[in-house]
Write a protein that binds this ligand. Structure first.
Ligand code: ATP
Ligand code: MG
Ligand code: MG
Ligand code: MG
Length: 439
């Protein structure tokens, strides 16, 4: 992409309405535009990052055996009357009437709709396990939308729903999503810690929130320092092996970790002082087993091996990709701007032509841009005639991991400067060496 042809509306001033760094940087880097309270347009840079986040989520959902569908945003109130939630949900639900005066709503979540799909087609335990997910916009009329896309009213969610014959099956399905989430967040370059979360009237211990530690997080969390040195299983993890997956879940649920609602003072006090991490956290994902809460009232049943009908045992598994983008920035930035982890960076590298119009600079930059693009990299080519200072500030602000800087002096010697955004390290290398290194 040539920067001169791109749409990157950088803001020079710090937007006054932005209280936290990710919101400020997303506005300044031209990633989002607020359209009304808690409702945003994604501009090209923001959309590119969101796309990378969604791709990682999809790959890991698919690897764990979930199957993608796409349900609509607008739902009929009748489905929610079947589960009893139409009246319970309260003001967070945006209720709409169509021209025939029928009650509709903009979905805040999809348990009812996916249960309806399931009951319409699946009859036998032989078709289980089944996990259906989609990545779709949700609307929740939050009391206090704030912090940009961190707490929006219209926001993107990946929500998966598992269906099993019994609790044992549901537990295995829960474990698969648990491990998929470990891999998902680690691939995005983040440390997300699974913490015991409230199960409400459902009870049991199958509810975990995946939390990123950050000062601006809205929840207080308590966890063991051991999490900092643990890493997610590799891509060769076998999701068809229930025992292997359960073993990983055991390992990740052994050190203490709880949100404030679930906090256990006695267990906490028993930990050595040096192991106690009491911090603020951002909920980026949440997995939850709720058994027959929807299948029972909505009649989602399968025939079991005993020939009898059983309401299916279910769980739901959410990630907020738009919130994730902001959370990554909270965890990875400096005073000059965003520092994208490689896996979610909107571009793999920038080629910065310091003197467009100068024949040697143009030739070197075009060569880098052309060959690195041909090698499959997503390259942002700064061919604008802005000042050196403006260019450096822009590329630092938008956080591209590597900058290749083609200036007249270096190019005359056949070299470009390579700058690593995260470490700030700079080195000179020949143009061919740069192509060989990154291409
Ligand atoms: P919160 O506690 O922050 O209000 P929640 O517990 O209500 O979130 P869930 O119903 O568990 O959210 O939804 C699954 C995921 O969707 C959350 O873990 C989060 O990543 C995302 N999410 C929820 N609400 C919002 C929102 N208002 N804006 C952006 N993302 C959200
Ligand atoms: Mg909420
Ligand atoms: Mg929550
Ligand atoms: Mg939650």
């Amino acid at each position: 992409m040539r920067l001169s042809r791109f749409f990157l509306p950088i803001l020079k001033e710090n937007p006054r309405e932005a209280e936290i760094v990710s919101h400020r940087l997303m506005l300044r880097a031209g990633m989002i535009r607020q359209q009304s309270a808690g409702i945003f347009s994604l501009l090209p840079l923001g959309l590119k990052v969101l796309g990378k986040v969604n791709t990682i989520i999809r790959e890991e959902q698919n690897r764990a055996g979930a199957v993608e569908i796409l349900m609509p945003t607008i739902q009929s109130a009748d489905l929610w009357r079947e589960s009893g939630r139409y009246d319970d949900y309260g003001k967070e639900m945006l209720r709409i009437k169509d021209r025939h005066e029928r009650d509709m709503l903009y979905g805040p979540t999809n348990e009812e709709m996916v249960t309806d799909i399931f009951r319409s087609y699946v009859r036998s335990y032989k078709d289980l396990p089944l996990n259906l997910y989609h990545i779709q916009w949700k609307f929740r009329d939050e009391v206090r939308p704030r912090f940009g896309v961190m707490r929006g009213r219209e926001f993107l969610m990946k929500d998966a729903y598992s269906f099993d014959l019994d609790y044992e099956g549901a537990r295995a399905a829960y474990n698969r999503m648990f491990v998929a989430y470990l891999r998902t967040f680690e691939r995005m370059g983040m440390k997300a810690i699974p913490m015991r979360a409230d199960t409400g009237p459902i009870g049991g211990d199958l509810s975990h929130e995946f939390i990123i530690l950050a000062e601006t997080g809205e929840s207080e969390v308590f966890c063991h320092a051991d999490f900092m040195s643990m890493s997610a299983p590799g891509a060769d993890v076998d999701f068809t092996n229930d025992a292997e997956i359960a073993g990983i879940v055991d390992q990740w649920t052994t050190p203490y970790a709880a949100t404030d609602e679930m906090h256990d003072e006695a267990a906490w006090d028993a930990l050595p002082e040096s192991a106690r991490m009491n911090a603020r956290g951002i909920e980026v994902g949440h997995i939850f087993h709720f058994g027959t809460k929807y299948s029972e009232p909505m009649g989602a049943k399968v025939t079991g091996p005993d020939g009898k009908e059983h309401p299916v045992s279910m769980g739901s598994y959410g990630i907020g990709p738009t919130r994730v983008v902001a959370a990554i920035i909270e965890a990875s930035h400096d005073e000059n701007g965003i520092i994208w982890p490689d896996a979610v960076a909107p571009f793999n590298l920038s080629v910065i032509n310091m003197k467009p119009g100068n024949e040697a600079c143009d030739a070197a930059s075009e060569k880098l841009y052309g060959e690195l693009t041909a090698a499959g990299l997503d390259v942002l080519y700064d061919d604008t005639d802005r000042s050196a200072g403006q260019k450096f500030a822009t590329h630092d602000l938008i956080g591209i991991p590597v900058q290749l800087i083609a200036g007249p002096r270096g190019v005359a010697a056949g070299e470009v400067e390579v700058k690593n955004r995260r470490t700030g390290e700079r080195e000179m290398m020949t143009i061919d060496a740069a192509i060989a290194r990154f291409g």
